[in-house]
Design a protein around this ligand. Structure first.
Ligand SMILES: Nc1ncnc2c1ncn2[C@@H]1O[C@H](COP(=O)(O)OP(=O)(O)OP(=O)(O)O)[C@@H](O)[C@H]1O
Ligand SMILES: [Mg+2]
Length: 289
């Protein structure tokens, strides 16, 4: 057998379950009723996350990543298995969990500042304090000067940054980010990625990040969960044992390259299963016509 250059761990290896887990996802199965029958979106997914841990989630399109986040975020019910936050079973959205969605999710009737201040209003923060904090986060995502603008007056990437600022301003203990940078240009993505990481490290936020970008996942994560093509299972968990803080120089190191190659080879297998599946579906549809 070839030497394993870094730790590869089987998905169900028990030693990965930290005793003090802040988030425990236990044997989740989520199915959807569709016109073509029942679709299993996630299939027996288990995951334990330690306080302050940064977990990257990577997998082919349609493998159930967003569904998994929606279950953890308490936005979906009707699933098998349990989700626990600090040992307490989840029954709907939990105040410790903040989500940044794949699509921007601003309130169109509120201006930028009022969007960002909204969760702080719900949390009962005094007015002056919530606007101070909202202004800070609006600036952090590079939108100072746009405080009084409404979402319809902004670009898609700017609206995504408003959603991001709104979630970050609430300073959740557990942060779920579903491809938060996908709509942004490369420069903004890098700058904002750095800032989000800084906040995450400062506040020791437990973070789960869905991304399609392997380099980004390796650079940011303590552990990466690689998911299979439909139905979404955990294919592999890879611990990223690179020193922190991780500057951009680390990307060119040999160890970094090995992680990227391993994850890419796992992903390529799954992505090609996905493509084959699509091809054969189209073929069958063609035959039926
Ligand atoms: N509300 C729903 N009703 C029916 N099917 C759904 C629903 N939500 C998701 N699905 C299906 O579940 C599967 C997983 O979807 P999901 O959005 O979780 O994938 P994903 O991994 O986030 O993909 P992407 O990387 O493209 O965002 C897909 O086949 C999708 O069509
Ligand atoms: Mg998704």
């Amino acid at each position: 057998m070839a030497a394993v250059p870094f730790e590869r761990v089987d998905a169900d290896a028990p030693k990965l379950a930290p005793a003090n887990a802040i988030l425990t996802v236990d044997d989740i199965v989520k199915r959807f009723e569709t016109p073509d029958g029942v679709l299993t979106a996630i299939d027996h997914v288990s995951l334990s996350v330690a306080p302050g841990e940064f977990v990257g989630v990577i997998g082919p399109s349609g493998c159930g990543k967003s569904t998994l986040f929606n279950v953890i975020g308490g936005l979906l019910d009707g699933y098998d298995g349990t989700v626990k936050v600090a040992g307490e079973r989840l029954r709907g959205p939990h105040p410790a969990i903040g989500m940044i969605f794949q699509e921007e999710s601003t309130f169109p009737w509120r201006n930028v500042l009022d969007n960002v201040a909204f969760p702080l209003e719900i949390a009962g923060l005094p007015r002056a304090e919530r606007y101070d904090r909202a202004r800070h986060f609006v600036k952090l995502v590079g939108l100072d000067g746009f405080e009084r603008r409404y979402p319809a007056e902004l670009s898609g990437g700017m609206r995504q940054r408003v959603s991001m600022a709104r979630t970050l301003a609430a300073q959740p203990k557990i942060l779920l980010m579903d491809e938060p940078f996908a709509a942004l240009d490369e420069q903004t993505r890098l700058l904002l990625g750095d800032k989000v990481l800084q906040i995450q490290q400062q506040l020791k936020q437990t973070t789960l990040l869905i991304t399609h970008n392997i380099t980004e996942a390796v650079q940011l994560s303590d552990r990466i969960v690689v998911m299979t093509y439909r139905p979404g299972k955990v294919k592999r968990m890879v611990e990223i044992k690179l020193p922190r803080p991780r500057s951009s120089e680390i990307v060119s190191s040999e160890a970094f390259g090995r992680y990227v190659a391993q994850i890419w080879s796992d992903l390529r297998e799954e992505a090609s299963r996905g493509l084959d599946d699509e091809e054969s579906r189209k073929l069958h549809e063609g035959e039926k016509q």
